[in-house]
Design a protein around this ligand. Structure first.
Ligand code: ADP
Ligand code: MG
Length: 239
């Protein structure tokens, strides 16, 4: 799904200053995997996510997403790939403020050119799946943080993307609400078969995923496959 080779990202903050934030990073993620990326604040997680999510280009290096070379693509082609292939979930939800939950979930389908009837039907199904059907006419400011994040997850699924990128999706939530959001991501992974990349600084949440990639100062310092704790528990209770 993700094939990044020798990616660098520099930010120019006025000559002669240049920040080298992502350093010769190579990362591959297979289709259907649930991977977490952990690292301290400022380590480059969001910068990496913006490139994985085709929101930004690497300064150098190659990126192939689901067979599509991204690194030298035009802005228009990038937004097209993004809308078709990737669903985003952010710490701050990023919902459209004066639009209902329903309209928020419909929006990516509108961009994709889907007709009104089909997108309304699908948006309602997705809101039902995340347990928000009874709140579909509410605007974001009438919803709790956890409810907003559930709407954001429904929106991320709107165009049936191959991959969900979640950047600190539980970062603004209390632990019980964060738990609910994680359960929903597990469900999307298991039942929807989506590739999920979870960015978090919470090691306990990372421990629930199949692989943990740790980054420090823009470099991968460890990459381990992991037996998710929930599966261990199931095995223990069977034996
Ligand atoms: P994380 O998500 O791990 O907290 P970020 O990727 O947001 O880290 O940031 C990594 C580093 O890159 C930080 O030092 C940050 O200040 C810097 N950075 C991020 N975006 C920009 C930008 N657009 N211009 C300049 N520096 C940036
Ligand atoms: Mg970040």
């Amino acid at each position: 799904m993700i094939d990044m080779q020798h990616i660098n990202k520099n930010f120019y903050i006025g000559t002669p200053n240049e920040l080298h934030i992502i350093k010769d990073m190579s990362l591959t993620v297979t289709e259907g995997a649930f991977v977490s990326i952990v690292g301290a604040s400022g380590s480059g997680k969001s910068t990496l996510m913006n490139m994985v999510g085709v929101l930004d280009r690497p300064t150098s290096g190659d990126y192939i997403l689901d067979g599509i070379p991204i690194a030298k693509m035009s802005d228009n082609d990038m937004s097209d790939v993004r809308n078709r292939k990737i669903g985003f979930v952010f710490q701050t939800y990023n919902l459209i403020p004066r639009s209902s939950a329903l309209k928020n979930v419909e929006l990516p389908m509108l961009y994709a050119g889907m007709d009104r009837k089909t997108r309304t039907k699908r948006a309602k199904e997705l809101l039902d799946m995340v347990g928000m059907k009874d709140r579909m006419h509410h605007q974001p400011n009438e919803l709790s943080g956890g409810q907003k994040q559930r709407v954001a997850i429904a929106r991320a699924l709107a165009n049936d993307p191959a991959m969900i990128l979640a950047d600190e999706p539980t970062g603004a939530l209390d632990s019980a609400t964060g738990r609910m959001v994680m359960d929903l991501l597990h469900k999307v992974h298991k039942e929807g078969g989506k590739t999920i990349v979870l960015i978090t600084h919470n090691r306990d949440l990372a421990a629930e995923t199949e692989r943990i990639v740790t980054i420090k100062d823009g470099m991968i310092v460890s990459d381990v496959s992991n037996k998710p704790q929930s599966e261990e528990k199931v095995e223990a209770s069977c034996s």
